[in-house]
Design a protein around this ligand. Sequence first.
Ligand SMILES: *Cc1c(COP(=O)(O)O)cnc(C)c1O
Length: 426
Amino acid sequence: MLSTEFKFTEEFARKSDENDPLSSFRDQFDFPVINGKKALYFTGNSLGLKPKAADKALQTELDDWAKLGVEGHFHGKNPWFKYHEFFTEGLAQLTGAKKHEVVAMNGLTANLHFLFASFYKPTKKRFKIICEEKAFPSDQYMIESQLRFHGIDPKTALVEVGPRKGEHTIRHSDLIDTIHANADHLALVFIGGVNYYSGQVFNMKAITKAAHQVGAIAGFDLAHAFGNIELELNSWQVDFAAWCSYKYLNSGPGSVAGVFIHENHGLNPNTPRLSGWWGYDKSHRFLMEPGFKPIPGAEGWQLSNAPVFAMAVHKVALDIHCKAGMPSLRKKSIALTAYFEFLLKEISKQSTDVTFEIITPSDPENRGAQLSILVHGKGKDLFDKVTEMGVIADWREPNVIRIAPVPLYNSFTDVYQLVKILKKNI
Ligand SMILES: *Cc1c(COP(=O)(O)O)cnc(C)c1O
């Protein structure tokens, strides 16, 4: 779909939905209801919607627990002792990984700490970390505490790359230049693959290459990238990555997260790690012998047995995502976000009180499903009014609205309705 064909009409939106091969996926999700009507839901970048099939999947595990007790580990419908294995194929597909490079486990921030334990190995000479300025708060605290854990003052070791004055996104060349400028002391480049605030997508392949050129490790937080953009972590040679499953992956609040560990490290039993019994060689796990023998690959980073109830929902959501397929989702996402951008520009022309400045990059290559909009004028008033009218979006102080048209369940008509409501209130 070309943006020159876009029209600010209900008919155009409806026709686009009719031509959308993914339109039926919407029916597989429960939408919140506001004032007796299905909400216009645009916060799938924060908490994705609930798959209708989640109840049954969860009930299956509860029933097995009731009927089998501990025997559910081996004789359940989906035996719990190998529950994490049910995710291997889907996670590998969504991240462009080999199957032995991914595993579902823990929560996101916990996983980042575990990955730093393996991949941030500061020496007297190499101890610096490059990250993006104003990273997601949890990532900031994680990095800072890791540095202090190693007895390093963040002031001397943390190099943050931010947008230039008057700009809202980070120039790729600034990131690469910073890597080279710190070549001798750089231990790790750690960046959000898609920035949570601006929606900017980073060139992970090029960043990884630059990090490796200077002898550093490259890792990514994929909280906003996983299920949103296409990833090729294996061929990009990314060293490690982690994500959560409750944003674009719709697996429920605080559901189980996941990690990628490149086979270059994962298949090496000597890669250092903090270990637990679930990462131990499967055939001998229950012999409970001293001395840790890791499962080859990312599975060898597991600590605990699988949180089956959270994972049951994750499995349902992952299956839906894989069925839709990331290439098709991305194709629709690019069109849907471009349509939203087009409509916003249309109403911005007409307004006097409020103007919109989109801070997310305009090139589809450099953004995912989200547009972050600086609202000049009565921003919070507008946001409150729009919320009353059944729109669920995200407000960030002082004046940014983040809106994510999610290709799996949002329609062109949703986007049209949203902008019509915005138009009425500016
Ligand atoms: C959502 C998000 C988190 C959340 O971390 P949890 O450990 O899942 O609570 C962390 N980092 C980034 C970049 C995020 O977008």
